[in-house]
Design a protein around this ligand. Structure first.
Ligand SMILES: Cc1cc2nc3c(=O)[nH]c(=O)nc-3n(C[C@H](O)[C@H](O)[C@H](O)COP(=O)(O)OP(=O)(O)OC[C@H]3O[C@@H](n4cnc5c(N)ncnc54)[C@H](O)[C@@H]3O)c2cc1C
Length: 441
């Protein structure tokens, strides 16, 4: 039986491995790190001993492929999916409001949720309804939005500054990891269509109940090995072996060659070019395009206090630098009064010192939560992910390659490939499934 070599053990590589193993193919997955999970993983903080995610991740009901993947490997119950969409927002000096969508057919669930919400004034409600109508009535998500940023599109739809800054920016940056002034309108419209204006079940948010790695890495590895496959850690691939446009295997960093007729690359976009021969990278537009993709950073600020800051699971923060707060007290091993703060699309902050970022975060919390003014900070851990995702700016989508590469036998997966989605767990899993499907054709 022909072996399939998969390079990279994040969501994309593991999803490809699970799909191929399920189809009866022998899988050999090589991961350069001593652990699986890539950009979505958890680890024990050596200083405090607490379990930390490299960054807080949320799932959505519309993550059909990702939820199917977790179900296949038996870990779906590790994600707490809301019964229906419910988001709290907090703004200085501590005004709490809620957006809660009732169980009505789409788009009425969102429209009713917005109309009833105390998060918006009448003008903002009208703005949201107007945008919802535009999304629903467009023949396709990208219809007429080519070349527009999210900000251009919002302006075109007459959205007020208050709704832009207090709602759409928060959603756009959470969904796209990019500022509205850079992010592509077409991608945002597509996400809104899938997540908000599809069905009440698709609009729900899902929060991991465990450390991220516990949600999938071990179970996916066990799934693959139980079907005769192998998952090898500390195996760094240095290049693909390519001759006359055909991939014949890979070369490891220690110069060992591994032959294979089928190779699935599931490494990030910024790692792939160095694995390709220079002439192919220069001559093949599908590969050359990858060089033009740009990164967008995320900063995660993990704080442990001596008392609870809030009893809400998560909150969208308005009028502050920090965008989201997640209460991690319920996660086994994460620490009793642990909170994770998220700063996405963090271009302007990624070079700030950790001391500065900590000071900004504490100031934001004290503006919003009376408890944070009295609480003692026991420990902090700041994680900067410079290459968290590719930036879904205007024009980026056209640079993303399909699963079948121009080199025969070499398939591409990863959240950055042409999934039509921003860089997300759903995109990564879909890309893994798409690559597996191409292999099986
Ligand atoms: C801080 C943060 C927060 C996020 N929040 C969310 C969220 O809330 N919701 C959401 O849906 N998504 C979120 N994402 C995005 C999500 O994490 C990614 O889209 C997803 O994990 C990407 O998976 P992947 O398999 O494509 O890539 P990766 O996870 O990057 O996996 C690639 C793997 O390839 C390995 N590799 C690289 N080069 C080699 C080599 N030469 N040889 C062998 N192995 C190699 C790497 O070590 C890595 O393990 C977030 C990302 C970050 C960083």
């Amino acid at each position: 039986m022909d072996e399939v070599l998969i390079i990279g053990g994040g969501f994309a590589g593991l999803a490809a491995g699970v799909a191929l193993a399920k189809a009866g193919r022998r899988v050999r997955l090589l991961e350069q790190k001593p652990h699986l999970g890539g950009r979505a993983r958890s680890f024990l903080d050596p200083q405090s001993g607490f379990l930390v995610d490299n960054g807080q991740h949320i799932f959505m009901g519309c993550y059909h492929a990702a939820l199917r993947f977790l179900e296949e490997i038996g870990t779906l119950d590790r994600i707490a999916l809301q019964p229906r969409l419910r988001v709290h927002f907090l703004e200085p000096p501590g005004r709490l409001s809620t957006l809660q969508c009732p169980n009505l057919p789409s788009p009425w669930h969102v429209l009713a949720g917005v109309l009833r919400s105390d998060s918006f004034g009448w003008r903002e409600k009208r703005d949201v309804l107007r945008l919802g109508r535009a999304v629903k009535s467009a023949a396709s998500s990208t219809d007429g939005l080519e070349g527009l940023t999210v900000e251009d599109w919002l302006d075109r739809l007459g959205q007020s500054d208050r709704i832009k800054r207090g709602f759409w920016d928060l959603l756009a940056i959470a969904a796209l990891n990019e500022d509205s002034r850079r992010a592509a309108a077409a991608m945002f419209a597509h996400v809104l269509r899938l997540a908000l204006f599809s069905s009440p079940a698709d609009s729900r948010l899902g929060i991991p109940r465990r450390g991220l790695s516990e949600c999938y890495t071990g179970a996916a590895q066990a799934y693959i090995t139980a079907r005769g496959g192998q998952v090898e850690l500390n195996r760094s691939v240095a290049g693909f072996i390519l001759a006359e446009g055909v991939c014949r295997g890979v070369r490891l960093a220690d110069e060992t060659a591994i032959e294979a007729e089928t190779v699935v690359s599931a490494v990030p976009w910024h790692e792939l070019p160095r694995l390709l021969p220079a002439d192919l990278l220069r001559s093949e537009p599908v590969f050359t395009n990858i060089l033009a993709l740009r990164p967008a950073p995320i900063i995660s600020i993990n704080l442990w206090f001596d008392r609870p800051i809030t009893d809400l699971d998560f909150i969208g923060l308005r009028g502050t630098t920090i965008q989201w707060l997640f209460n991690r007290g319920g996660i086994p091993g994460a620490g009793e009064h642990a909170v994770a703060l998220v700063l996405s699309g963090a271009h302007a902050y990624i070079n700030r010192s950790k001391e500065e970022l900590l000071a900004i975060s504490l100031e934001d919390l004290r503006k919003l939560f009376p408890t944070a003014r009295e609480a003692r900070l026991a420990h902090s851990l700041i994680i900067k992910e410079r290459f968290a995702t590719f930036s879904p700016c205007v024009g980026a989508d056209a640079l993303r390659p399909p699963a079948r590469s121009p080199a025969r036998g070499l398939y591409l997966a990863g959240d950055w490939t042409a999934t039509g989605l921003p860089a997300t767990i759903e995109g990564a899993v879909r890309s893994g499934y798409a690559a597996a499907q191409e292999v099986l054709k």
